[in-house]
Design a protein around this ligand. Structure first.
Ligand SMILES: Nc1nc2c(ncn2[C@@H]2O[C@H](COP(=O)(O)OP(=O)(O)OP(=O)(O)O)[C@@H](O)[C@H]2O)c(=O)[nH]1
Ligand SMILES: [Zn+2]
Length: 307
């Protein structure tokens, strides 16, 4: 419904470069183009748009609660906004990268978005046990870790997942092969059809393929999943190295305990983080892997930007 200035509210449900698909409160969708840089919208954005023929122009992006930063292989930034939660889906196989997991969690913490980890393929008993063990430190840090077997016990998993997803907007991330498509098809019965519809809308214009997609899980449109491809290369470039430790839940309890107030926790004497990494029995342990990830990321964030 347009207001006096001809502006209508909408929600961005897919993005393809700078162009987006906007859904009206009634459910109708149309392609919109930003009017200038300030009107560049991402999936999850609430916008005010104006009709121009059968497409639209985005005039205004409403203030965001948060903005999730990511970067793909070709160094294009892509984001989703106004998230309640990030679900990191990994699996017993293929073996997940703890480095990538840590990056996703840090990116979420930086925007104060609650992360939830799900470990799929519990039917692969031995690899699952190994993966579960690798995730124990994350449980100890306070992250929820949900065991799943999406292909074999879909109905049970749907119930478990819905306890965490209901009424929320959740960005689903995961490495290739972990079962992201299986999960989305399980929770969103018409997902494949919706994707087809979006592709058709796009192929009628001169647009490239969509990169991030919003799915409603329920007919009442209260629960949403956002599917975003790629789990590699989280763009943490926007973070200061000095803020990194505060975004890692196992390091955080030690901050303020080091001898030097500006300790980088890498080589300083009297460093509480280094001490925790050396003493597995302490109250807030830091595993060797996590400490290595911290040092690697600190190094990376200290490099001058490449682009
Ligand atoms: N053993 C086992 N296999 C599963 C389970 N869930 C999914 N798979 C299989 O894992 C493979 C990958 O699942 P997808 O859902 O296609 O994974 P994806 O994460 O979307 O992968 P990409 O399409 O590469 O991004 C498929 O062969 C699934 O059938 C499970 O619970 N157990
Ligand atoms: Zn320190």
């Amino acid at each position: 419904m347009a207001d006096r200035e001809g502006l209508s509210p909408g929600l961005v449900v897919a993005s393809f470069g700078r162009h987006v698909l906007v859904e009206s409160p009634g459910g109708a969708r149309r392609i919109c183009h930003p009017r200038g840089k300030k009107a560049r919208a991402v999936v999850g954005d609430r916008v005010q748009w104006q009709q121009t023929h059968d497409e639209g122009t985005i005039e205004k992006v409403e203030p965001r609660r948060n903005l999730f930063y990511r970067q793909d292989e070709i160094r294009i930034k892509s984001f989703a906004a106004n998230l309640d939660q990030v679900l990191v889906l990994i699996a017993a196989e293929p073996e997940f990268s703890e480095h990538q997991l840590a990056r996703a969690l840090i990116a979420a913490e930086a925007e104060r978005i609650t992360p939830l980890i799900a470990l799929n393929k519990s039917d692969l008993v031995e690899p699952f046990e190994r993966a579960w063990e690798r995730l124990l430190p994350y449980q100890q840090m306070g992250y929820g870790v949900l065991p799943l077997s999406l292909r074999l016990s879909g109905d049970v998993d749907r119930e478990h997942l819905m306890v965490h997803l209901k009424g929320k907007t959740t960005l689903v991330l995961g490495p290739s092969g972990a079962g992201k498509s299986t999960l989305i098809n399980l929770l969103v019965p018409g997902a494949a059809a919706q994707t087809g519809e979006i592709s058709r809308a796009l192929s009628s214009g001169k647009h490239t393929t969509t990169s991030t997609t919003w799915y409603w899980v329920d007919e009442a449109r209260t629960t949403a999943l956002i599917d975003s491809p790629g789990f590699q290369e989280f763009g943490l470039y926007h973070l200061e190295p000095a803020h990194l430790a505060g975004l890692m839940r196992d390091l955080k309890p030690h901050l303020g305990q080091c001898r030097f107030y500006n300790c980088t926790h890498r080589h300083e004497p009297g460093c509480a983080v280094i001490s925790a990494a050396a003493h597995a029995q302490c109250e807030h342990p830091v595993t060797a892997n996590r400490y290595r990830i911290y040092c690697d990321l600190f190094e990376e964030l200290s490099q001058p930007p490449r682009y």
